[in-house]
Design a protein around this ligand. Structure first.
Ligand SMILES: Cc1ncc(COP(=O)(O)O)c(C=O)c1O
Length: 444
C-alpha cells in the first residue's frame, strides 16, 4: 500500500465533506475558523458528536481523541451537562448581568483550587492569558514578558511570538505590540533559561509557562524546570503565571500546580472549566486581581481594566462548567484513575508496538494525554518544542491521517491525544490494533 491509497480512500468516503470544504473556502481564509483545524486534503465536517464519537456529514463515525481541543474530559454531550443545559436554555442564554450560576462555578473552582483567591471569567483562554499578562505588567510596573519557545497561550497578540518553528517569525502583527518586550526561553533547559532571564530581570514583569507544553507536542517538564523558574521569579519579585488552560482539571482536579507543587501568582483556566462551552478564567492572588477592581472609585490601585466581554459569565457556560466540575468532584477517583490508567496503558503499549517493529519513536505525555514523535538522525530525545519540530513530522502526519482514513480514529494531525471518561480499554486496544495495521502497510 502507498500513502496515496489512504488519501483516495478518505476522498471516496468523505464526498459531502469535500463539497462543504469547497464552500467554506469561499467564506473563510483557508476554509477554517481555527488554523490548526485544517489538514490535508481537507477536514471532514462533523454533524454530530456524542460520547466518544464524532459523526461526519458522510456518516462516518470516528472515535475521537482530539475531544474538542482536549476540553471534553467527560466526552461529548455528557448526560448531566446536556440535561442541565436544556433546562438553562429555556431560562435564557445571556442575561448580560450578574447571575448566581457564576458564583457557584467560581466557588467550586476556588474550593478545588484555593490559589484562585479571586478570578475573572472571559469567553476564551486567549483573553484569560492576555489579562494575566496585563495584570502582571500593571502590578510590577515592568515591561518584559518571558514565555517559552513553542508555548501556546492563544491568539492574543502579545504572546503570539515563538510559537511555531523556526520560532522567529513575528506572528502577532496587527496590534500595537512591541515584541522586543517579549522574550522566549527554552523549555527544560533551566541553565539557558535562567541565563536569559538574568539578563533582563530588572524589567521582567512575568514569566508565563504551561505546566506541560501541550500544543507544542505534549512535553512534560524535567528536572524541576518549573520549580526552578518559580524560584527565580520569587527571588526577583517577578510574577509567575501558570497557564493551566489545558492542564487545569485534566491532570488532577486540583490543577497541575498541585501535582508539580507550584505556587503561581496568577494562573489561567479554560477548556474543561467551561464544560464544552467557551470560557477563560484568570485566577490568582487577591492583591494582583484587585488591580482590576472597578468599584471603589478611590481605589488608587485601579490600574488595570480587564473585561470579560459580552458573553462573560453567561449562564449557559456557567451551568455547563459547574455540572462538569461537580461531576469530576463527585467521581474524582473513578474519573481520574480511569483516564490516567488508560493513558498509561496507551503510552506503554504504543511504545512497545513501535519498538517491536524497529521504528524509532518516543511517546510523550502524562495522565490522560499523549503524543507520538518519530525520531530521526536529528532528534533522539523530546525535551522541547524544537525537538518536536525537528522530529519526522511527515511520519506523524501520515500516521494520524491513516488512523482517520482507514480506521476512523480521530487525532487532529500532529496534535496530542486526550482520553476522556467515555473511552474504554476496548477503544485503546482498537487504536493499538490499527497502529499495527498501519505499520504493516509500510507507509511509515
Ligand atoms: C495552554 C493554552 N493556553 C491558551 C489557549 C487559548 O485558549 P482559547 O483557544 O480558548 O482561546 C490554549 C488553547 O488551546 C492553550 O492550549
Amino acid at each position: 500500500m502507498n500513502v496515496n491509497d489512504d488519501v483516495e480512500f478518505y476522498q471516496q468516503h468523505t464526498k459531502n465533506s469535500h463539497l462543504l470544504y469547497k464552500n467554506s473556502l469561499n467564506l473563510f481564509p483557508g476554509g477554517i475558523s481555527h488554523n490548526i483545524r485544517y489538514f490535508k486534503p481537507y477536514p471532514f465536517f462533523v454533524k454530530k458528536a456524542i460520547g466518544k464519537y464524532l459523526i461526519d456529514v458522510d456518516d462516518n463515525r470516528y472515535t475521537d481523541y482530539w475531544m474538542g481541543h482536549w476540553a471534553l474530559i467527560l466526552g461529548h454531550s455528557p448526560k448531566n451537562v446536556s440535561l442541565a443545559l436544556s433546562k438553562q436554555i429555556k431560562n435564557g442564554t445571556l442575561y448580560g448581568t450578574v447571575n448566581n450560576a457564576s458564583i457557584e462555578l467560581a466557588d467550586t473552582i476556588q474550593k478545588l483550587m484555593p490559589k484562585a483567591e479571586k478570578m475573572r471569567f472571559s469567553s476564551t483562554g486567549s483573553e484569560a492569558t492576555m489579562y494575566a499578562v496585563r495584570l502582571a505588567r500593571a502590578a510590577s510596573r515592568k515591561r518584559i514578558v518571558a514565555k517559552i519557545i513553542g508555548g501556546w497561550h492563544g491568539f492574543n497578540s502579545s504572546l503570539l511570538k515563538s510559537v511555531n518553528y523556526p520560532f522567529e517569525i513575528e506572528e502577532g502583527l496587527g496590534l500595537d505590540i512591541d515584541s522586543k518586550y517579549v522574550i522566549s526561553i527554552p523549555f527544560n533547559d533551566i541553565d539557558l533559561s535562567l541565563k536569559l532571564l538574568n539578563q533582563i530581570k530588572e524589567d521582567l514583569a512575568c514569566i508565563i509557562v504551561e505546566p506541560i507544553l501541550a500544543g507544542a507536542g505534549c512535553i512534560i517538564p524535567h528536572n524541576e524546570y518549573l520549580q526552578r523558574l518559580q524560584e527565580f521569579s520569587k527571588k526577583y519579585n517577578i510574577i509567575f503565571i501558570l497557564d493551566e488552560i489545558v492542564t487545569g482539571f485534566r491532570l488532577s482536579i486540583h490543577g497541575a500546580y498541585k501535582i508539580f507543587k507550584l505556587d503561581p501568582d496568577l494562573f489561567t483556566l479554560g477548556k474543561i472549566a467551561g464544560g464544552g462551552l467557551p470560557i477563560g478564567v484568570v485566577c490568582g492572588k487577591n492583591e494582583i486581581l484587585s488591580l482590576s477592581n472597578p468599584i471603589d472609585k478611590k481605589n488608587k490601585n485601579l490600574i488595570c481594566s480587564i473585561g470579560g466581554g459580552t458573553f462573560a459569565s453567561n449562564p449557559v457556560t456557567m451551568t455547563a462548567g459547574l455540572k462538569t466540575l461537580q461531576f469530576l468532584k463527585n467521581n474524582e477517583n473513578q474519573v481520574y484513575s480511569k483516564i490516567d490508567n488508560l493513558g498509561k496503558y496507551t503510552r506503554k503499549e504504543l511504545q512497545k508496538i513501535f519498538d517491536e517493529n524497529n521504528i524509532e519513536i518516543k511517546i510523550t505525555g502524562i495522565g490522560s494525554l499523549f503524543n507520538i514523535h518519530f525520531l530521526n538522525e536529528k532528534v533522539k530525545e523530546i525535551n522541547n518544542a524544537n525537538d518536536v519540530a525537528l522530529a519526522d513530522k511527515e511520519k506523524l502526519r501520515l500516521y494520524h491521517f491513516a488512523l482517520i482514513s482507514r480506521h476512523k480514529i480521530f487525532f487532529l494531525p500532529f496534535k496530542m491525544g486526550a482520553i476522556s471518561y467515555q473511552h474504554s480499554k476496548t477503544d485503546v486496544d482498537y487504536l493499538l490494533k490499527s497502529t499495527r495495521s498501519i505499520i504493516d502497510s509500510k507507509i511509515l
